[in-house]
Design a protein around this ligand. Structure first.
Ligand code: PMP
Length: 382
């Protein structure tokens, strides 16, 4: 129950266990082509160009920035924490002049009106938003932010690493230009794939570049013909794709689409509500400052008075893996629980039970053992 890598379905694992396919093998070409089509559907972006490249989420971030930014371009970072800072770091390395709109405090989301005011000031080529910041479990108000960028002719890049296929996102309808993610979270595949869906507007902006992209491996010019060829059922080679992982991705994306995007978003909301009911019953405070900015893919929860980071080990001793803090300002003061991909009512109850017992062992006791499990159960039954 850590916020990635997540528990992977048996059929997805099975896809990894066969003979390693060659990248020019006819069966693999068909599988890769289908996975690309499925990725487009998962992003709800029928008009977008999908990219699947060997690497982690950080490469997905760099694949967006390296192609859209030229030295001197201005970029607006809607900053919710650790991974927004990482995006700014990548933007600066590629020569962007970065302006931040920061949340008022750790755990709150930046103000949409403040972002709009910056956009009105003009001059930005690109805006980035972290859909769910994994360090704070803050869910950014992505829809109004992306729409505001669109209105001002600014490219909108959304980091969906801790959100894609878990949090509601409608790339085409909202007008986002890049939705980027990685395989190991709500997409339900082991780590190793950087995934992007890119709007025709962003492709046009890339084509209009004056200077070539500084990195060969990150250059869409290398990858675009490969993605187009695989989708057209033709062999192509630039750099060897991680064939087994692509097969696993195809299976997982097929499962995600079979569940249905709206049903999947709703299941994540339901599980998150049940976890929040449990945190409340335990008298615990969340890092997100209000319910409307609390993510549905993970929880970030402060330790109660008298309990420290040793709780993570105590929960492990109860049979469930959770994670410690990550945001540098509050790192030792909170824990994180991932609830994405296959997360079920059973996972919620087992996890809440383990945390309640571990808290009990650490001296933080509810009036009646099982209070938090009962609260989660009531939320799941409601
Ligand atoms: N963005 C977000 C929101 C993340 O949660 C992470 C990883 N936890 C990343 C980017 C970076 O991804 P990776 O660790 O796969 O490089």
């Amino acid at each position: 129950m850590i916020p990635g890598p997540v528990d992977v379905d048996a059929d997805v694992l099975q896809a990894l266990s066969g003979p390693v396919p060659g990248h020019l093998d006819a069966g693999f070409i068909a599988t890769f082509g289908r996975a690309l089509k499925r990725l487009r559907e998962v992003s709800l972006a029928p008009g977008a160009q999908p990219f699947v490249v060997s690497g982690s989420g950080t490469l997905a971030m760099e694949l967006a920035v390296a192609n859209l930014i030229e030295p001197g371009d201005r970029a607006l970072v809607v900053n919710t924490g650790y991974f927004s800072d990482r995006m700014a770091h990548i933007l600066e390395r590629h020569g962007a002049k970065v302006t931040h709109v920061r949340a008022a405090s750790v755990g709150s989301a930046p103000d949409v009106a403040q972002v709009e005011a910056e956009l009105r000031g003009g001059g930005f080529k690109l805006m980035t938003v972290t859909h769910v910041d994994t360090s704070t479990a803050v869910l950014a108000p992505v829809e109004p932010l992306v729409k505001a960028a669109r209105q001002h002719g600014v490219l909108a890049v959304v980091d969906g690493v801790c959100a894609t296929a878990g949090e509601a996102f409608h790339q085409d309808a909202w007008g986002a230009d890049v939705y980027l993610t990685a395989s190991q979270k709500a997409v339900g595949v082991p780590p190793g794939l950087a995934l992007l869906t890119v709007s025709p507007r962003a492709i046009a902006a890339w084509k209009a570049r004056k200077a070539p992209v500084a990195s060969v491996y990150a250059d869409w010019a290398e990858w675009l013909p490969i993605m187009e060829a695989y989708e057209a059922g033709k062999p192509a080679y630039f750099a060897t794709p991680p064939t087994s992982l692509v097969c696993a991705l195809d299976v997982s994306l097929g499962q995600i689409l079979a569940e249905g995007m709206e049903a999947r978003f709703e299941r994540h909301r339901r599980m998150a509500r049940a976890f929040r009911a449990a945190w409340s019953a335990l008298g615990l405070k969340l890092v997100p400052t209000s319910e409307d900015v609390a993510a549905n893919t993970l929880s970030a929860v402060y330790y109660p008075d008298g309990v420290d980071a040793s709780l993570v080990g105590r929960v492990k001793a109860q049979g469930v893996a959770i994670a410690g803090g990550l945001h540098p300002e509050i790192k030792p003061r909170y824990f994180r629980v991932g609830h994405m991909n296959r997360v079920s009512p059973g996972d919620v109850l087992v996890t809440v039970g383990a945390i309640e017992r571990a808290l009990h062992a650490a001296g933080h006791r509810t009036a009646t053992a099982g209070t938090a499990v009962a609260a989660a159960q009531a939320a799941l039954s409601g």
